[in-house]
Design a protein around this ligand. Structure first.
Ligand code: BF8
Ligand code: SF4
Length: 618
């Protein structure tokens, strides 16, 4: 890892390119007011900062009001990003057709959702059903009355609690607008009220926009099943046309993958002196595509510049979110073409090809052809790090249940449930389960916290599910191969052998944390134990984005303790620190546990899980 970084630093120096490491140095020390969340620029009487001599802004807002308002705006940003992604996929579903670019790949999942939403299915064309389901999904964003449909999927205990606390989310866009309104100058200054709206907004992401993103993607592109792949920069091929797909929305990249498999384009690549076309993914677009096609993983968030620095990438095509604007100038230092495809993500130094679902395959072919044409322009200075690891990916809830079915020695009526998993947890063969999620953050060494925490959990017989950049960190470290069972305690090792799974299960992209919500809900129902009592927690060791805080809020509201390795920017308010750790726990049964030392963080996770086991008397 460090060796790779060194190689790439040398490449950057040779090419005269700058990287996040250089920019991080220039940004140090970072602004203390921003770090503590006590700088307000919500109106132009400001900016106002809270200092020992100024305990209030000009309007009278104190540190608690300012930190709380900044915090919930952060959540609104994340909810907007995830949910708008879900909305885009709903629009693609809405234009799906039997003879079009986008077809229905998982009819059963569509029919299940149609029934769940009361859409008639009998004797109807599957595409009519798809379009009606898409429309209902789109209405979830702006419906004037009622709460979100997917809340029906939650446990009865959660649904009742959310109603009582008045945090059951209404239309998705409304919750985001409510945050912007509440935090407008002269509205809410009460930190607790703002935190509650933060929970409700996060819920409109997890139990709304993100869940739609996952469901509709599965319907259109197929529900993931286990498949083998490889991860890390070593997946780039010296003698092939390398195309990187990066971002989050899988609609465009699905077509890029389809185009790259077409024989005329492969032939064209060969005519141009390459051995073929090699697609590799970064960030969550990479996760979506590897989950469904086994496409190789080039890396995670802080590796996006590294991929370009190899000098071996003909073209990088991006959709939305987590894309460094730095890719503009960086790609100019190499022959790499940089293509943006969404009006949401316009970046100087890129070529913009606006994604149009009805002619997406033609556009994808055009993009793949551009990459092939660019192969001859590759410089002589190529440096592809050798490192890569094998991984098994593709663990949707459906895939997990299927694996569990093969190990259950109980009777037929147990088929298709999480019962075997519950039995393992109850008997103590597995001590608990942890969802490790989230980003890289230059505040800590990339991937280090993810990996240290995961390894310690495995040693302690705690099974791990992972999404996002965390999943990619695990894959790069070889923790998603079945051989990783050797790193586990005896109980977890046995479970891996019986179920033929790796000890860390890749559950997808960050919107796919909705899969983890359904997994935990399924376990709670099968066990008949309320979610906060389960020996199951979440952890984001290296989080950085607004989306991560939105996620943390719906995870907490769902009753799952969330361990953070990076501090939320609210330290300047003692009230906010209390609210996000203990305050929410009194209300929804879960909260944040924060520690920037990964060894201490994982120790507290294990302690938390054991405490939950003790309380259950198991
Ligand atoms: O949505 S984990 S750096 S890539 S925000 Fe971004 Fe964070 Fe990675 Fe996926 Ni999620
Ligand atoms: Fe200052 Fe209040 Fe305006 Fe914020 S809203 S900038 S604290 S005057």
């Amino acid at each position: 890892m460090e060796q790779n970084a060194q190689l790439l630093r040398e490449m950057a120096a040779k090419a005269g390119a700058e990287t996040w490491e250089d920019r991080k140095k220039n940004q140090t020390p970072q602004c203390k007011f921003g770090e503590d969340g006590i700088c307000c620029r919500i109106c132009s009487m400001g900016p106002c900062r809270i200092t020992p001599k100024a305990s209030r802004g000009i309007c009278g807002a104190d540190a608690h009001a300012i930190a709380a308002r900044n915090y919930v705006r952060f959540i609104a940003g994340g909810t907007a990003a995830h949910s708008d992604h879900g909305r885009e996929i709903a629009h693609v579903l809405h234009v799906s057709s039997r003879d079009g670019n986008y077809i229905i790949k998982d009819e059963q999942k569509l029919l299940n959702l149609a029934r769940e939403w009361g859409v008639a299915t009998e004797g109807r064309d599957i595409y009519d059903i798809a379009h009606e389901v898409a429309e209902i999904g789109l209405m979830e964003y702006g419906k004037p009355f009622g709460t979100l449909r997917f809340l029906e999927r939650a446990t009865e205990e959660r649904r009742k609690l959310w109603e009582e606390l008045e945090i059951a989310p209404r239309a998705i866009d409304r919750e985001i607008a409510t945050v912007m309104h509440m935090t407008h100058m002269g509205c809410s200054a009460d930190a607790e009220a703002l935190v509650m709206q933060g929970l409700r907004t996060g819920m409109s992401d997890g139990w709304g926009g993100s869940m739609m993103g996952t469901e509709f993607s599965d319907i259109l592109f197929g529900t993931p099943t286990p498949k083998e792949t490889e991860a890390d920069l070593g997946v780039l091929e010296k003698d092939m046309v390398n195309i990187i797909i990066h971002g989050h929305d899988p609609a465009m990249s699905e077509m890029i993958v389809a185009a790259s498999n077409q024989s005329d384009l492969i032939e064209y690549a060969k005519e141009n002196g390459a051995r073929g076309i090699n697609i590799a993914g970064l960030c969550c677009t990479g996760n979506e595509i590897t989950m469904r096609h086994g496409v190789k993983i080039a890396g995670n968030f802080l590796q996006q510049e590294g991929a370009i620095l190899t000098g071996a990438v003909e073209l990088i095509v991006v959709d939305v979110q987590c894309i460094f604007p730095a890719l503009g100038p960086l790609t100019k230092c190499f022959h790499t073409k940089f293509i943006t495809t969404s009006e949401i993500t316009r970046i100087p130094g890129s070529e913009f090809i606006k994604f149009e679902p009805i002619r997406a395959l033609d556009q994808a072919r055009e993009i793949v052809k551009m990459a092939i044409d660019n192969f001859k322009n590759r410089g002589s200075n190529i440096c592809i790090p050798q490192s890569k690891q094998k991984a098994v990916v593709g663990y949707s809830c459906e895939a997990i249940i299927k694996r569990l079915d093969t190990v259950t020695n109980s009777h037929v009526d147990d088929l298709g449930t999480y019962k075997p998993l519950v039995e393992c947890l109850e008997s103590g063969v597995l001590r608990g389960a942890v969802g490790i999620v989230g980003c890289n953050n230059p505040k800590v060494r990339p991937d280090y916290s993810h990996i240290e925490i995961i390894k310690e959990l495995l040693r302690n017989d705690i099974i791990v599910v992972a999404t996002g950049c965390s999943a990619q960190a695990a894959a790069k470290a070889g923790l998603m191969q079945k051989e990783a069972k050797e790193l586990c305690g005896a109980g977890l090792k046995r479970v891996c052998e019986l179920a033929d799974i790796p000890p860390v299960l890749h559950m997808g992209s960050c919107v796919d944390i909705s899969r983890i919500l359904m997994l935990v809900t399924g376990i709670a129902k099968a066990w008949n134990v309320d979610i906060p009592k389960l020996p199951i927690v979440g952890c984001a060791p290296e989080w950085m984005s607004e989306k991560a805080v939105s996620i943390a809020n719906y995870v907490v509201a769902t009753g799952i303790d969330t361990y953070l390795g990076i501090e939320p920017q609210v330290k300047g308010s003692s009230q906010m620190m209390e609210l996000i750790t203990e305050g929410t726990r009194k209300l929804v049964g879960a909260g944040y546990i924060i520690n920037t030392d990964p060894n201490k963080l994982v120790a507290s996770i294990i302690e938390g899980i054991e405490a939950k086991r003790a309380a259950l008397g198991i």
